[in-house]
Design a protein around this ligand. Structure first.
Ligand code: SF4
Ligand code: MSK
Length: 650
């Protein structure tokens, strides 16, 4: 339970702004249970690794270069800091892309079996979405049955993963000028397997040793994630489980109920969660829970699994990545079931400390100490029934002391790129015209995507929340995914009345439409919704010919995963200025760094940025938006409102 070695004392208020997490961190400390914040304080990050100045791609090394004097040395094979940096970065992109595309390919597998009638537990729920996705890639829809269209669609979308030559299907959704830039650079993705394989090959010892050439394959691989694997995952999930529409839903640990059997699902794929919803609503199980002395069964989500069902069904969300260990310390979690990605190994230990039944369900993700119950789409109930049974049993035999933080935050979630149409245009003239018009007339200065994880190397939620407040104050409409949106939901910014915190122009638009200034779009794979929204803005007109012309910017201020690096690279390659916080894994002052932070923009793409301070990050994003407005000739006279120190204190 406790860690024997001496721990660095930490003040929990210095590491998180989430009141519930802070309360539970205190409880964990009192109970002698370790947590990620404490481990981060005790683990000094290796500076050479953090800067990517170390290569271990062969056994003549590992070779460590000096980040302070990067050109003073080369590796044993002669690799320069630019080659080493680019190869390390490329492998992060490959890993992130593999995670999302494996998820997406799994969704196509399920979709195919549903269409063929081999899986009966799921069905096509959103036929309108099926037709619109098919139409977007030139599949004939007129006069055809859903079955016929769906058959063509899964066959076509499989190419996203397996195709060896040609362009991926969703390349058809890319604005022509953006696509032309990709074609000129030779980076239109073929298929995910091919791109990841080639990137891994090229970063092997003795292959691609030209950082500019490596970056091209980085972009190609990242693009097959954003416009491929992730986009397919989002679209198939919408077709099978419904396209999200705004729903009032709750976030925070206060949604755990002491007198209920509490089950949390954590991870990324929607399948396990959708089946858990069915199991926990089964009258037989509700009766069983009651017979065990509970008032019912409370299902909650965490991380991106939670974000998927928060958006689609309004299932309450218990917290983002760094709250996953603390929530178990409530003692009220009877079972936690996980699938893939962002599952800390320590959850197994923490669960054991509080007698929470901890289940892995995916063959790709097994954890020492967890109970493994395989989830099979053909018989999902075989898995979910075991989890619910175990949760009821644990409820009946609870031994852990229960302390549930009281905080509950209600807000509006589930904005899809389709809904943005209806919301701004109304059902009779649904389109992006009103959004573009409001950008052109200056009420909305631009659009920012603020996304990504939380990371114990920075104060949890703080950078997300301060950055977003600063952006909306400056009339920048914010769209969100992943753990970031949960941070903002806890801060109350995803409610329509948060419009009072926005600048006058954005506030007027929000109040007219009745929308919040911060729109939650879903999970990490749903960043693809932001790409489609950008395409729609270009297609609608008045804001340039390519995504690179748009007054938009992106940020992942507290990221921690390689998936985030891949997401960042696909936004950059699509034309978006993308600013990351925490640390940037490339040595500053190198040619490779200069290419990412300046050179790519000169070639017609977006570019990377880095800042730790949320206000500096906001300034960089707003400056970029203004630069684009200036180039479009829509700058106009406007006064920038940055918070004074006094405002911030207040
Ligand atoms: Fe060193 Fe080159 Fe081997 Fe990397 S590939 S470990 S730089 S010798
Ligand atoms: S869950 S990738 S911590 S956003 Fe997608 Fe959150 Fe980051 Fe995982």
């Amino acid at each position: 339970m406790s860690e024997e070695k001496k721990q660095k004392p930490i003040n929990f208020r210095d590491v998180s702004t989430c009141e519930s997490t802070i309360q539970m961190l205190q409880k964990m400390a009192d109970d002698g249970v370790a947590n990620a914040f404490q481990r981060a304080a005790d683990m000094k990050p290796c500076p050479i690794g953090a800067d990517s100045a170390c290569c271990k791609h062969c056994f003549m090394g590992p070779c460590r270069l000096n980040a302070k004097d990067p050109y003073s040395k080369v590796g044993v094979c002669g690799a320069t800091i630019d080659t080493i940096g680019a190869r390390n970065f490329a492998r992060m992109v490959a890993s992130g892309c593999a995670a999302h595309t494996d998820h997406g390919m799994g969704m196509v597998d399920v979709f195919r079996e549903v269409v063929r009638g081999n899986i009966s537990g799921y069905k096509i729920k959103d036929e309108e979405k099926l037709r619109s996705v098919a139409k977007s890639i030139d599949i004939e829809v007129e006069g055809r049955t859903a079955q016929e269209i769906a058959t063509d669609l899964y066959e076509e979308l499989e190419r996203t993963y397996t195709q060896v030559e040609g362009e991926i299907p969703f390349a058809k959704r890319v604005p022509p000028k953006t696509l032309e830039t990709w074609r000129k650079a030779g980076i239109v993705p073929r298929g995910a397997m091919r791109e990841i394989m080639e990137l891994m090959h090229r970063t092997h010892i003795g292959v691609d040793q030209d950082y500019e050439n490596i970056v091209k394959q980085c972009s190609r691989t990242a693009l097959v994630d954003g416009w491929g694997g992730s986009m397919v995952a989002t679209e198939i999930s919408d077709i099978l489980f419904g396209t999200p529409k705004p729903v009032v839903a709750g976030v925070n640990m206060g949604f755990l109920k002491e007198d209920h059997v509490n089950i949390i699902v954590h991870g990324h794929e929607p399948l396990l969660f959708e089946s858990m919803i069915a199991a926990t609503n089964d009258p037989a199980y509700i009766e069983k829970a009651k017979a065990a002395g509970a008032k019912g069964i409370q299902l909650l989500g965490m991380c991106c699994s939670g974000a998927e069902v928060l958006a689609r069904h309004g299932v309450p969300h218990a917290g983002n990545f760094l709250s996953v260990e603390p929530v178990i310390a409530t003692g009220a979690v009877d079972a936690m079931a996980v699938d893939v990605q962002c599952i800390m190994q320590a959850l197994s230990t923490v669960s054991a400390c509080y007698n929470t039944r901890f289940f892995t369900t995916n063959p790709r993700c097994r954890i020492d100490g967890a109970i493994h119950v395989p989830f099979e789409e053909h018989h999902p109930e075989a898995c979910t029934n075991k989890i619910v049974d175990a949760a009821i049993d644990r409820f009946q035999n609870r031994t852990a002391k229960i302390e549930i933080p009281r905080r509950k935050d209600m807000g509006v979630h589930g904005f899809s790129h389709e809904y943005i149409n209806y919301m701004l245009g109304g059902s009779f003239r649904a389109s992006y015209v009103p959004l573009n018009e409001n950008i052109i007339n200056g009420r909305i200065r631009g659009v920012a995507g603020v996304v990504g994880c939380t990371n114990p190397r920075v104060k949890q939620d703080y950078v997300h929340v301060e950055l977003v407040k600063e952006l909306i104050k400056n009339n920048v409409l914010v769209v969100q995914t992943g753990c970031s949106q949960i941070a903002l939901a806890k801060a109350g910014l995803d409610k329509p009345d948060a419009a009072v915190m926005a600048g006058d122009g954005l506030r007027e638009v929000c109040e007219t439409v009745g929308m919040p200034p911060v729109l939650s779009l879903g999970s990490c794979v749903d960043n693809s919704r932001i790409l489609i929204a950008c395409s729609e803005m270009v297609r609608t007109g008045g804001l340039g010919d390519s995504i690179a012309d748009l007054p938009v910017a992106g940020a992942a201020p507290e990221y921690m995963s390689e998936k985030a690096i891949c997401i960042g690279q696909y936004f950059v390659a699509s034309g978006v200025y993308t600013v990351f916080g925490v640390t940037f894994p490339v040595v500053e002052g190198t040619k490779f760094h200069k290419l990412l932070f300046e050179g790519l923009e000169e070639q017609g793409f977006g570019k990377w940025g880095f800042a730790l301070d949320p206000y500096e990050m906001a300034r960089m994003m707003i400056d970029h938006i203004d630069k684009k407005r200036m180039a479009l000739g829509i700058m106009g006279e406007r006064e920038r409102k940055l918070f004074s120190m006094e405002d911030r204190r207040a």
